[in-house]
Ligand binder design. Structure first.
Ligand code: SAH
Ligand code: SF4
Ligand code: F3S
Length: 481
């Protein structure tokens, strides 16, 4: 194994710096690739494996974009690769364990191809213990960078390939917003559009504010330009991305501009569909809700994570709202955006969550009529405040709660689907269904999965479908004209 001083680039993260927030206005720069890096990837192939949230999927499109600018092409398999990058997620322990397992598994390809470089990117390298572990016991990982330095990739790649030394560089803090990063988008008519980065909420269980840095918004004109280009390129749907998109614009000091304003501006670009995720309930405001009502392109679905129905648990999670405040937001949404579908995230087994607390979560799920949810068992994250909370609830109790919660959530899922029975809905056709090549699949305006029979030429188009059957997870229907 190499000693630390054999590492060419070496920059470790620390959580103390990651936690710090400054009032400094975020600067914008524009990505330019130095011509000396062009062609470095010629005749080399890369593979990216993406874990975690849509933010990571969007970042992987940028990593691909940069690599292809350097001359790399996409590999078909690990055997065929010169570079494999794992774009990682640190949100829960089981997510990390899967990734460590994969790091180990990929070693076998280095036996046949000693020049294969395995890289770790994304949120895990932002955690100090991850970098320590790579240094101590994962000599097969040759390249490590984090969420704040994607734009440095050409330099790192050049060093990793040509110096044959390990390159480990992770910044603890965010820097400027880098515009004009090249992208290879994974989809031809649906696109991710980052509108902001980072998170300042500091929910006590969550690692994201440490791995993604402070909240900072892209300038509206940059976002509008990107969407105009997508429209010109034939894109039908965009999903605006951020960890807390309802805080969009709060960091601007020269203009008063929020998510509601952005939705109105983007509606005018002519894009057919706009979605946005993720929202923090506390920041949902009337202006945004009215923009959802008034802009035809803004879809009537909102993912609004609640996490718990107990005020006491919410307080210890530092969510800064009560169950009643959450319900007020839901009612405001339902009042203005007729028929809106609401989905959520819920954590069970947060430290010292009592049976009573859990019951309140079940009650809230029924009251809010969620039409879907991602549900999780709490996972302790090193460095977060909740990691030091007493946690005496047994794993069995946590698992039982998750099962019970999922039953109630599934009822809501089915109920949400049933309301479209015999209705005609608009579907953006994604492609053939996973199970049956003759069936097309796509999503309705309310984000319901719809399957129906139709010709492949409809892929990428928005079509009308009459719903004939409502299942728990999907709708079935017939083309309607
Ligand atoms: N910014 C988004 C998404 C954060 S991560 C938001 O605030 O909603 C997605 C979900 O993972 C969270 O909503 C939460 O339900 C869950 N999550 C985050 N940290 C977790 C942890 N330590 N253990 C279990 N679930 C967690
Ligand atoms: Fe994590 Fe909370 Fe920020 Fe979401 S809002 S990313 S849960 S700290
Ligand atoms: Fe995971 Fe990082 Fe996203 S921790 S959920 S990839 S912000």
């Amino acid at each position: 194994m190499k000693k630390d001083d054999d590492i060419l680039k070496y920059f470790k993260p620390n959580l103390k710096d990651a936690r710090r927030r400054t009032k400094k206005v975020t600067e914008m720069t524009s990505f330019e690739i130095d011509s000396k890096y062009l062609g470095l990837g010629n005749h080399k192939k890369y593979l990216i494996q993406t874990y975690g949230c849509q933010g990571n999927e969007a970042d992987s499109e940028i990593i691909s974009g940069i690599l292809e600018k350097m001359g790399f092409t996409k590999a078909l398999s690990p055997e065929d690769s010169d570079l494999i990058i794992l774009n990682t997620c640190a949100i829960r322990e089981n997510a990390e364990n899967r990734i460590w397992g994969e790091v180990g598994r990929l070693q076998m390809y280095q036996k046949n191809n000693p020049n294969l470089i395995i890289g770790l990117a994304g949120c895990m390298p932002q955690e100090p213990y991850v970098v320590e572990r790579i240094l101590k016991s994962q000599p097969n990982v040759g390249l490590v960078f984090g969420t704040h330095n994607l734009h440095m990739l050409p330099e790192y790649i050049s060093e990793a390939f040509y110096s044959k030394e390990r390159v480990i560089e992770v910044y603890s803090k965010e820097g400027e917003i880098v515009e004009n990063l090249p992208k290879v988008r994974n989809h031809q008519f649906k696109a991710w559009v980052n509108i902001m980065f980072g998170c300042d909420e500091f929910c006590t269980y969550c690692i994201v504010p440490y791995t993604r840095g402070k909240e900072r918004s892209r300038r509206p004109e940059s976002i509008i330009k990107e969407v105009e280009e997508l429209v010109a390129g034939g894109y039908q749907e965009i999903t605006l991305l951020g960890q807390n998109v309802n805080a969009y614009g709060k960091d601007f000091q020269d203009i008063d501009y929020t998510l509601g304003d952005l939705l109105i501006a983007l509606d005018k670009t002519g894009i057919s569909r706009i979605r946005y995720t993720t929202s923090h309930p506390r920041d949902v405001d009337l202006k945004t809700v009215l923009a959802m009502r008034d802009c035809k392109s803004v879809m009537p679905h909102l993912h609004l994570p609640v996490q718990s129905g107990s005020d006491e648990v919410l307080r210890r999670m530092n969510r800064r709202y009560t169950k009643d405040m959450y319900m007020e937001k839901i009612n405001m949404l339902k009042e203005h955006v007729k028929g809106i579908s609401i989905t959520t995230d819920i954590i069970v087994g947060f430290p010292e969550e009592s049976d009573e607390d859990f019951k309140k979560t079940l009650e809230l799920v029924k009251e809010a009529n969620f039409e879907g949810a991602y549900t999780f068992i709490y996972s302790k994250r090193k460095g977060t405040p909740a990691a030091s909370f007493e946690d005496s609830i047994s794993d069995d109790v946590k698992k039982e709660r998750l099962l019970k919660l999922n039953e109630v959530i599934n009822d809501g899922f089915k109920k949400g689907n049933l309301r479209f029975l015999n209705e005609v809905v608009e579907v953006l056709v994604d492609g053939p269904s996973e199970k049956n090549d003759e069936i097309l699949a796509g999503y309705s305006e309310h984000n319901k999965l719809v399957n129906f029979k139709g010709p492949k030429e409809l892929i990428g188009k928005i079509v009308k479908v009459k719903i004939t059957k409502a299942l728990t997870w999907s709708l079935q229907g017939e083309l309607y004209d």
